[in-house]
Ligand binder design. Structure first.
Ligand SMILES: [Zn+2]
Length: 190
């Protein structure tokens, strides 16, 4: 069920989904807010109210990124082969730098993330990353490898990241901007 509300100056639409879950949770993926709640639980308005600040911050960031996305373009010239070679090279360099060993690298088409890392020390890299500038590809590889040192997105993790990338917040912002462009590309090809 789609519901509407207003937070400060912005119209907010959110989808209420009832599922077999223990606790309610909020998700914001680009423009869609989803509120996943246990069956027979209907406090959606209360949950939205309690998280207004967080939602507003997230949505403002996404809206600002959307504007920036108009001024950026995806790299459509890099080949798959070039991309894979580049990733493997970054993995080679950066795993030495972080003193970690990885098991395998997988390239996948993913619709929700740039990369991931498993407890088996496998790294998954989103193929759509091939359309991004090389410094962001390097950043994502570093991010995933850093998970071999620290699994969670906690203080220790961001310390590792900020040691190499003091401007990592800008990198994260840029990744969101490119994410919006990649989503457009996926939608156009669908
Ligand atoms: Zn991560």
């Amino acid at each position: 069920m789609l519901k509407k509300t207003k937070i400060n100056d912005i119209e907010v639409e959110y989808e209420v989904i009832h599922r077999n879950v223990k606790y309610a949770r909020l998700e914001i993926k680009t423009d869609i807010i989803r509120l996943i709640m246990p069956f027979n639980y209907n406090k959606d308005e209360e949950i939205i109210k309690n998280h207004e600040k967080w939602i507003y911050k997230k949505l403002s960031r996404i809206r600002a990124s959307q504007k920036e996305a108009d001024n950026k373009e995806l790299n459509l010239l890099r080949t798959n082969k070039e991309f894979r070679a580049m990733v493997l090279l970054f993995i080679d360099e950066l795993s030495k730098e972080l003193k970690v060993n990885i098991n395998k690298v997988y390239f996948k088409r993913m619709k929700t993330r740039w990369g991931s890392c498993s407890s088996k020390k496998n790294i998954n890299i989103n193929i759509y990353l091939m359309h991004l500038p090389s410094y962001l590809i390097e950043y994502v590889v570093y991010h995933e490898l850093a998970h071999l040192v620290e699994m969670g997105h906690n203080k220790k993790f961001w310390n590792i990241i900020s040691n190499k990338y003091p401007n990592y917040k800008n990198m994260e912002d840029e990744l969101l901007i490119y994410w919006l462009l990649v989503r457009k590309l996926i939608d156009n090809n669908a």
